[in-house]
Ligand binder design. Structure first.
Ligand code: ADP
Ligand code: MG
Length: 506
């Protein structure tokens, strides 16, 4: 368990995330205007009268956005509400021309109800993070304060673009139910999992750098073993994994210090300062906004039929949690490795292509990918946050790796030679593993006669070590193996060498 050592005791973290992802759709959620607001589009060119908040305009719910939300809900194992409503959340800010945001009421069933997302916990085991709800709402516009020395500009292209807000659940009635995020790393894995689910389903690009994913971070701390949750703070609008982790840690330490000095934490909304990695109070609970939610009179309650849900369910692709289960059950890959291999669909697709239906090679391919490929970012930038997508394998292809693994299994080369071939491929050597092995004479010697000669020579050259071995120092076997390998230029099959040595030394 992740804990922070305080002066008086160890503290654990309780984290709740409210994640916004932008729903992929050509048009906005309540208007026909284009949902493309990227910076190359001229400001205020994708704004309908509805988005501009003109009096008398009637919003029309975008069916595609609703279907995207249902799809995501099914992807997180959630209940889909057959009826839900939209409400106006009132507040005044220059980025919100309507003067309210159309959202779903906080105290009523949203489209997506209780569900769960599986992540790898800090202990390397799968852990369920409970989801309280996910609801559809509209985004606000963007203010630009940096284009003119004494003017601010508002760009409403993003106004009304569909957002899905996903809120984690904290079982306050059962504080021992640990199905919540409890460390900065788990927060990152949770967000990456949301991203992968959203991408696998085509629901969102969920890219923090692009602004299509952001999160509000709720944090509280409690002494390890304590039976109740304490007051949380909420840090708004976080847009990078790194900052989210830093904000969680800073906020937790700040709260611990308050408690240890005999104070109490107040339920404040915080702002994160990127440069310093610190948080400060943005508004206190006393100044909390009263949004005066009320049902939007222009929108009918949303009814979703069983047929719609089943139709959407039938189009769902395999999701990361199912892929992981397939890897552990069918391939015997460890849970930890399965989690690494499903960090992105590009990685799992690469792995599946390399395995190519041959279960027997799956485990070695997993090992090679995790210990070698992931360790060579020049070949494969796994954590490419910018594109969010793993680059095409630039040098080594799935079929290269399966060929290499098959050569080891067939005793054509040994592990050491395989590594040499691997490095040569990384360095740009052309040809398949077989061709490279041929070119550099890297065939493994399995011919027992040749190995026997080498073994005899090594035994003859080291009489005192033979003496020691025979008098019980069996650990010297490694010494002999090493020498035989050296004598064969690293080409001998180590298993055969071991066997012959053992026999001759006995
Ligand atoms: P609000 O209504 O103020 O938005 P919610 O009850 O909806 O608050 O919770 C928002 C988020 O905060 C949820 O993800 C929830 O799990 C989380 N949360 C609630 N209480 C705590 C707590 N004591 N510590 C950490 N997170 C919490
Ligand atoms: Mg809430």
């Amino acid at each position: 368990m992740f804990t922070i050592k305080g002066k008086t005791c160890d503290w654990e973290l309780v984290i709740g995330l409210e994640t916004h992802i932008q729903v992929l759709s050509n048009s906005k959620v309540f208007s026909g205007a284009s949902a493309d607001y990227n910076p190359s589009v001229s400001p205020n060119t994708q704004v309908s009268m509805i988005d501009a908040g003109m009096p008398g305009m009637l919003p029309v719910l975008n069916k595609h956005c609703v279907e995207q939300v249902i799809k995501f809900g099914l992807g997180i194992n959630a209940e889909i509400s057959r009826t839900s409503r939209f409400a106006r959340k009132q507040y005044f800010y220059p980025d919100l021309p309507q003067g309210y945001q159309i959202s779903q009421p906080a105290d009523e069933a949203p489209i997506v109800g209780r569900g769960w997302i599986e992540i790898m916990g800090d202990d390397g085991k799968q852990k369920k993070i409970l989801i309280e709800r996910a609801h559809l709402e509209q985004d606000a516009g963007k203010l630009k304060h940096d284009v003119h020395p004494n003017k601010s500009f508002a760009d409403y292209n993003r106004t009304g673009v569909a957002l899905l807000e996903i809120v984690t659940f904290l079982d306050t009635k059962n504080p021992e139910n640990n199905s919540y995020i409890s460390s900065p790393d788990e927060a990152e894995r949770y967000l990456r999992e949301i991203r992968e689910i959203a991408r696998a389903l085509g629901v969102s690009k969920a890219n923090m750098e692009e602004g299509s994913m952001r999160a509000d971070v709720n944090v509280s701390v409690r002494p390890v073993g304590s039976k109740e949750f304490r007051t949380r703070t909420e840090t708004k609008n976080m847009v990078s994994f790194k900052f989210i982790k830093s904000a969680i840690e800073y906020e937790a330490r700040r709260q611990i210090e308050i408690y240890e000095n005999g104070g109490t934490v107040s339920q404040d909304t915080m702002r994160y300062h990127q440069g310093e990695g610190t948080t400060s109070v943005m508004r206190s609970k006393e100044n909390a906004l009263d949004y005066r939610y009320f049902p939007d009179p222009d929108l009918l309650p949303l009814e979703i039929s069983d047929e719609t849900i089943e139709r959407i369910r039938s189009t769902m692709p395999e999701l990361p949690s199912a892929t992981r289960a397939r890897y552990t059950h069918d391939f015997g890959v460890s849970e930890y490795d399965a989690a690494r291999l499903t960090e992105s669909t590009d990685i799992s697709r690469w792995f599946d292509t390399a395995v190519n239906g041959n279960d027997k090679r799956a485990k070695s391919i997993a090992n090679w990918m995790i210990s070698e490929l992931f360790a060579h970012p020049e070949n494969w930038d796994v954590k490419n946050e910018k594109s969010g997508i793993v680059d095409e394998m630039r040098i080594i292809t799935p079929s290269d790796l399966s060929e290499l693994v098959d050569m080891i299994a067939a005793n054509e080369i040994n592990g050491k030679q395989a590594k040499e071939i691997f490095i040569k491929m990384l360095d740009g050597e052309s040809g398949t593993p077989h061709e490279i092995a041929d070119k550099f004479g890297m065939k493994q010697i399995t011919d027992t006669a040749a190995i026997e000669t080498a073994v005899d020579n090594v035994i003859a050259a080291n009489p005192s070590q033979v003496e020691q071995y025979k008098s019980g120092k069996v650990g010297l076997l490694g010494f002999f193996v090493g020498n035989v390998m050296k004598a064969t230029g690293g080409k001998a099959n180590p298993a055969v060498v071991n066997e012959i040595l053992r026999k001759k030394l006995a």
